[in-house]
Design a protein around this ligand. Structure first.
Ligand code: GUN
Ligand code: ZN
Length: 434
């Protein structure tokens, strides 16, 4: 195959470490007039345009983005494909919301054609918002995952997904059995895990909707294939936590249920964790598990305020999640806008560079993919975005007053949304142009 080499010139910013570990200044690299060189879908060089240009052949194709910022593609560590059609559903908290809105909407995915149509819309929406990698819940139907992976494969996206396992406490039309969930998950793993840039996640919905038999088989699956992911929900809502205590009285608490069934580990991502205690954070960190912080959902469903400083204290891996359709936006910029407010309400700060970290490298680390995505380091996948400083009249005027890249970044996260994402590239290909 001939070498395809392209270069992109703009302001360029990426996280290279967690500000909580190295301080803000050492956590990022910023090139005011930067150059990103891409060879065959991977980044081959990053630096100051003035230094790099001299080393490149004179005929290289260079795309110059003015008044724009290149960052790594965003990483959404928690989102539900089959809830696309019910985002913004009025009036309920978690358990009633699931019964009233979520389960009926997910039931439509029994129809493969419906699943294919929504998968197209969903992937377009991810890319319109600059999300190049997501950890995705399908519905209980295997065809939801087939539809999603087929659409993702066409664009050579790095994506992770799994079929929901759910064999109790849900309507009959939406439950599987311990055995069928095991066999269907296994077939999907054989079909998709490790194909191109796709990965499979074993997906028990949450402890209340799985029998002990199903949780046992979920743990067994994780042992049968290397590098599988596990995704579920934990400690999102106080009523939910009480229910788990009633269903599993023999366990010490919510996390201990998952621990008992061997569902913790380096590729395990637990959504929400709003009401986790110190000991649970310590155990999650000890096992290398990660938590997906989903601020728009936690506010919308009235679930509570995620304690990011406690997670940092335990060196627990944290990524950001939109949790659509409990969350109210596909945009990780809007998700960071709400994350900032969640910290404010707890008397804490979320710095713009920590926010960038959470949306990029932090998410990649939560997914153990930091060697491939989350930064613009040479050798990694060319998944990146172009953020437009003139996306709206207000953004344009406001950014003209900005005195630093940190201020610019913060304003992008406060005022920005899908309109701010001018281009999205995945594996070096232009996959969204506003
Ligand atoms: N807990 C169990 N299922 C769900 C879901 O679909 N969304 C959210 N936010 N929490 C859950
Ligand atoms: Zn969720």
């Amino acid at each position: 195959m001939p070498l395809t080499r392209k270069a992109y010139r703009a302001a360029i910013l990426h996280s290279i470490a967690d500000p909580a570990e190295v301080g803000i200044e050492a956590s990022y690299e910023y090139f005011e007039d930067g150059l990103l060189v891409v060879d065959n879908g991977q980044i081959s060089a990053l630096g100051h345009a003035s230094e790099l240009l001299a080393s490149l052949p004179a005929d290289i194709e260079i795309t110059h983005y003015q008044d724009a910022l290149i960052t790594p593609g965003f990483i959404d560590t928690h989102i539900h494909l089959p809830q696309t059609g019910m985002i913004g559903a009025y009036g309920e908290q978690l358990l009633d919301w699931l019964n009233t809105y979520t389960f009926p909407c997910e039931s439509q995915f029994a129809d493969a054609t419906h699943a294919e149509q929504v998968a197209e819309i969903f992937i377009k929406e991810l890319l319109r918002n600059g999300t190049t990698t997501a950890l995705v819940f399908g519905s209980v139907h295997p065809q939801s995952v087939d539809a999603f992976f087929e659409a993702a494969q066409k664009l050579d996206l790095r994506m992770i997904a799994g079929k929901v396992m759910m064999d109790r406490n849900a309507p009959d039309y939406l439950t599987d059995t311990a055995e069928s969930s095991y066999l269907e998950s296994k077939a999907l793993i054989e079909r998709w895990h490790g194909k191109g840039r796709l990965h499979y996640a074993v997906t028990p919905r949450f402890a209340p909707t799985s029998t002990p038999e199903q949780l046992t088989l979920a743990g067994q699956l994780l042992g049968e294939y290397p590098d599988l992911y596990m995704q579920t929900h934990i400690s999102e809502n106080l009523q939910e936590i009480e229910w788990v205590k009633e269903l599993f009285p023999e366990r010490k608490g919510y996390l201990d249920v998952y621990d008992h069934y061997q569902l913790l580990g380096e590729r395990s991502v637990f959504a929400h964790g709003v009401h986790l205690c110190d000991d649970e954070c310590a155990r999650l960190a000890q096992t290398g598990s990660a938590v997906a912080f989903c601020p728009t959902s936690n506010l919308f469903l009235g679930s509570g305020l995620f304690n990011l400083p406690m997670a940092e204290k335990h060196k627990l891996n944290v990524g950001l999640g939109t949790d659509v359709g409990g969350g109210t936006s596909f945009s990780l910029l809007q998700t960071l806008n709400e994350a900032y407010k969640v910290m404010q309400l707890q008397g804490a700060r979320l710095s713009p560079l920590k926010s960038l970290y959470l949306a990029t490298l932090g998410g990649a680390r939560a997914l153990r993919l930091e060697e491939r995505i989350g930064t613009l380091q040479p050798g990694t996948d060319a998944d990146f975005l172009v953020l437009d400083y003139n996306a709206t009249p207000l953004l344009s005027y406001r950014l003209k007053q900005s005195k630093s890249i940190a201020e610019t970044l913060f304003v992008l996260m406060t005022l920005g949304d899908d309109r701010t994402v001018a281009q999205t590239y995945a594996a070096g290909n232009l996959v969204h142009q506003r």
